[in-house]
Each structure stands twice: as C-alpha cells, then as structure tokens.
Design a protein. Structure first.
Length: 380
C-alpha cells in the first residue's frame, strides 16, 4: 500500500512543479536585468531588492534544468538556463576567476566579491547540471574546470578539504560548504565521467569519515575549530537533523556513482535523524546529540532532505516502511510548506506559527530536487 501511495504523491509532485512552481518562478522570479530574484513576497509578488546572492543564480539555474528535462516550456526553460550561465560565467566572477558572493540586482556586477566555498559549490553545481540538460552547453564544463583549478590553487587546505574564504589561515571550519561541494562533484561526474570528479568527491567522503563525524555518537557536526579539531560549547553539542538526512542521501548517491558499499554511518545518521522527527514526521531545525530539542522551529529545506533520505533508503531496500516515511515527509512538505501557486512558507516557529516574511528563491533548489528524486524513484 505504501508504494502505491508514494507513486500517487510522485504524480502530485509532477503536477505541482509543472503547473505551479515553474510558471511562478519563471514569471515573477526573473528580474529585468537578467538575474534571478532573491525572493518573492508572501503573496507571490516581486519585492524591491537591490541585491541577489550568487548562490541563488546557481540554484535557480539548476531549477530550470529540471524544468527543461521535464519538458516544461523548453524554449523558456532553455532561455532561463542561458541567462543563468551568462551570469555565472560573467558578472558573478571576480578577476581571479572565482565566484563572488552578492550581485547588484541592477546588473552592474558584484556588490560583495568575497569568496565563499558555499557559493562556489552552487556555481559548479549549476554548470554541471546545465551541461547535462542543455545541448551546446559544453562551455559550462570548461568554466567549471577553470574554477576548480583556481580553487585548488587558492583554497585547498593542508589538513583536508578546502578553506572557505581567502585568506585561508586559522579559519574555523564548517561541514555545510563541503557537503555541497561533494554534491557539485557528483553532478560534475555525471556530466563528465572522465573528469576526475569522483576522486575529488571521494576526498570529501574521507573528510566526512575522519573529521565531520568524529564527535560523540558518530553524528555529523556542523562547526569545527581550525585544523578540523572538535569545537567547544554549543557547537560541540548541537546538530541539525536536516543535514544528517542530507548526508544520508549523498552517501547513497556516492555509493551508486562509485560502485562501492553504502557507508555504515549512513544508517547511523538516518536512525538518529528519524528519532528526532516530531509525531507528525516533521524535521526540526536543531537538536542536541542526545536528541533533545534545541530549536523546534521548522523550515522547508529539512523536510525536503528527510524526504530524500527516506527515498534513498527505499530505493536501496525496497522496504515498505521507508515508502511510508517518505509519504509522511511529502505530506508535511505539501500540506504545510508549499503553496498552490508554486511558492512556499519557509519557516514556522516551535509553536507552529508561520514566521517567514518572504519566499526565498534559494529554497526552490531543495524542493525541486526532492520532488525530482521522488518522480525518478517511482517512475512517475
């Protein structure tokens, strides 16, 4: 029963993307200066924004690669991808070839040219997905290769992984940018299997094993002291269920791409994260390593990551219990966070009161990817 119920939800996901999400963000999520908007208002209107983050340009470019693959208005989707690529290969880049952080919404270039590995990861991800989806986008891979060359020269850290900013001396370290850098490497591998990207992804997996899960319970930590040493205070105690789920999905994806077994820690993270869901199956923002609630507010993205993790477990095992869990996460996402018009209520407080003031465009990447995974696995 759970499998057939999940397939019905996969069809519902397709309809919502095609009939609501893609139309909304195509019509109102694109500014007049060739940039994707940073956000929409809660009534789905374009707000008055003076800047937009580079990561949003990458994420929204990805969203329209999925629109193109699904057959939604192919000319329009391709135009949006091309617009994104023009930004990511031009105004978003600094003189040294690395992406900056923030663009002026009037198209005049970078408003903040600081380097952040998180932004780099989403530029690489968008370039890879564009090369996969769009005929004639091979130059996207050349752009990714150029960025990676500079990343290796300026950001590679002797103690593992990458520095997140320049200069890379005595920095605190963070798992989140490395997680998305892994995701970008896997996308680049799909786009160019001979490009050595799987080796680079394997280096991040090694970082995960050696440092990111070195704390109590073998759980995924968020923040680390220089040299990947364990943090103190709140950073030592707090973990995010959404990121535990996200790594479950990535570990399954890496295993599939590399032909290697799924690491045992994937189950460790999954079991722990599931134990922190509330009685309706909602993923909370922060908990302690013992599972106590530290921040009971709820955002859209952890719900999508819970869905992806349940789907990964279902794909690997075929067990009905994982299909049932995926149904619950989908229902939380669709019933509480997504709007019929194609947007989202991005945050609720711990009491269930909506506290979002805008609809961030960056959330779309999480939602679209989760729904595409659901449709792929259920062949819907």
């Amino acid at each position: 029963m759970s499998k057939s119920a999940l397939k019905r939800r996969a069809r519902e996901a397709r309809h919502w993307l095609m009939d609501a999400c893609f139309p909304l963000w195509s019509e109102r999520g694109v500014g007049e200066h060739g940039l994707f908007r940073e956000s929409l208002t809660l009534d789905h209107q374009a707000g008055d924004q003076k800047t937009t983050r580079v990561r949003v340009q990458g994420r929204q470019t990805y969203v329209f690669t999925e629109a193109l693959r699904m057959g939604w208005k192919p000319d329009t989707a391709a135009d949006h991808i091309g617009m994104g690529l023009s930004t990511l290969a031009g105004p978003a880049l600094r003189s040294d070839g690395l992406p900056g952080c923030v663009l002026n919404a009037d198209g005049s270039g970078l408003a903040d040219d600081r380097v952040d590995l998180y932004d780099i990861a989403f530029v690489l991800y968008a370039l890879a997905e564009s090369a996969i989806a769009l005929d004639g986008a091979e130059e996207a891979l050349a752009g990714a290769a150029a960025i990676l060359k500079t990343v290796d020269a300026k950001l590679r850290a002797p103690d593992g992984g990458y520095f997140e900013h320049i200069p890379g001396i005595d920095q605190n370290r963070h798992q989140n940018p490395h997680m998305h850098f892994l995701e970008a490497c896997l996308a680049l591998h799909r786009a160019n299997p001979e490009g050595g990207h799987l080796t680079r992804a394997g280096e991040i997996i090694s970082l995960f094993d050696r440092f990111l899960t070195a704390g109590p319970g073998d759980l995924l930590g968020e923040h680390f002291a220089p040299g990947w040493t364990q943090p103190t205070g709140r950073d030592a105690e707090i973990v995010e269920p959404g990121h535990q789920f996200e790594w479950v999905w990535l570990l399954h994806a890496f295993a599939k791409a590399s032909g290697t077994p799924i690491p045992p820690r994937a189950e460790t993270l999954y079991v722990f994260a599931c134990s922190t869901l509330d009685e309706e199956g909602r993923a909370l923002l922060e908990v302690t390593r013992e599972g106590a609630v530290a921040d009971g507010s709820r955002r859209t993205w952890p719900q999508t990551e819970a869905l992806k993790a349940h789907l990964a477990m279902f794909e690997a095992t075929g067990e009905e219990s994982f299909a049932a869990a995926a149904c619950r996460s989908f229902d939380v996402l669709m019933d509480e966070h997504l709007t019929p018009e194609g947007g989202w209520i991005d945050r609720y407080d711990a009491t269930g009161k909506p506290v979002a003031h805008m609809m961030p465009a960056s959330t779309g990447y999480h939602v679209v990817l989760a729904m595409v995974e659901l449709m792929r696995i259920m062949d819907a």
